[in-house]
Design a protein around this ligand. Sequence first.
Ligand SMILES: [Zn+2]
Length: 108
Amino acid sequence: MTTKAPYEPTAWMRQAVAARVRVFAPAIRAAPAEIMVMLMLSEPPEGSTPEVQDAWEVTCDRCSAYCGDEDTDFFTGAVAVVDARGRRITVTFGLCEACRALEGVDVG
Ligand SMILES: [Zn+2]
């Protein structure tokens, strides 16, 4: 399921996105201007087993709840920000139902 515009990120989401953009700022600056920049809000721990990576794919970025069970909803979305140099950066995220509601993301 994906987010439906318009979506106004909460303070938590804005801080999480800014932190991710800071981590990747050197690589973003070094990349050619025409390359679209897309980041994930989180990533699995370095050296994770395939099983841990699979679980991470359906784990909430906000509360770390595992949402891989068939009857558990998991929502994905994206926030776009523009850096100081005018480059558009899209950050994707995944949320459990409770955090989707907290974040105010509508689904359609
Ligand atoms: Zn959550």
